[in-house]
Write a protein that binds this ligand. Sequence first.
Ligand code: MLT
Length: 392
Amino acid sequence: MRINENYKNLKESYLFSEIAARVEKFKSENPDKKIIRMGIGDVTLPLPQVVVEAGKKAFEEQAFSETFHGYGPEQGYDFLREAIRDYYKTFGVSLHMDEIFVSDGAKSDVGNVLDLFDKDNTVLIPNPVYPVYFDTNVMNGRKIIFAEGNKENNFLPMPSDEVKADIIYLCSPNNPTGAVYTKEQLEAWVKYALKNGSIILFDSAYEAFIQDEKLPRSIFSIEGAEKCAIEFCSLSKTAGFTGVRCGYTVVPEALEFEGMSLRKMWLRRQTTKFNGVSYPVQRAAQAVFSKEGIEQCRKNIAYYMENAKIITATMDKLNISYVGGENSPYVWLKCPGGMTSWEFFDKLLSEAAVVGTPGSGFGTAGEGYFRLTAFSSKEAAKEAMERLEKIF
Ligand code: MLT
């Protein structure tokens, strides 16, 4: 038996596991300190009531043979896929039901989709970005190149004709920088992909945080994207589903490479390797897209965006430069005093008991930067910023 040697090329632990381990150590050494967590992008507000009711009702249905549900369709129940299709209509994107695949979250699908692609493809990954894109391709042993996000391009790298990439990852609003591509910028990426026969894997997990209506919430707002893109989204941040688990992936019917339909390949993959998301969770997810559900989710997002304002106001006051926080729950700041990302992490943790995420964990171009999330309570956000002011 031989192991997959590519795992030897991974960092020892996943970014957020490493942070959790450091925080646990700090906690055990400082049991009296009240730690404020602004590291992993995990929501804190409870689920909307309409969502809870729908989930409860669906679980109760499982108690009676007349309403009991066993295995569901691997692609997701029609009622949820219809709700997702109608949601996309609200921002001008029309999808067919067959193009929507319900999943347990964007992270799994972003990794699983690699089953469809040859190992010899070259992968273009923004730097900095969500570490899952890099790690999953390292596991597969693919050649990885980077598109650097920096201050000069507002952390929104653009395509270059000098670069040949087969698989391109885009994340907008970006995790970790919070930067959002404009329509024109996404058009340039779609143009590049169509010209080069590449595929765009578009992560829109933070689309619900976009406040500026001119900014695209889906790659499918761009003409031609249906021939070169797959979109991944999640209810984790949109509706507080980090502990419930539900997301969706859109694979257009028009997406064909080498005479093969990627939608059919993905369906084949899912029917073989995935038994679907549970019925109660899909009913709860359906309620997210109801009028009441959308209103409640918007209220929760508005609450988090207020926290983002508290964070950015403090950055302004301390003269610390940053991006994000406007159309995203993340604020991406330059570590003061030329500190490295992990130096800043340690200082913040040891002197203020505040946890953030070191920018270098999102790629080499993140070195010297730091990410704070707006997902805490308002009180915690305020207190964390007061503590920050004290140490700077
Ligand atoms: C993050 O903090 O970047 C996210 O919570 C990670 C995730 O969504 O998996």
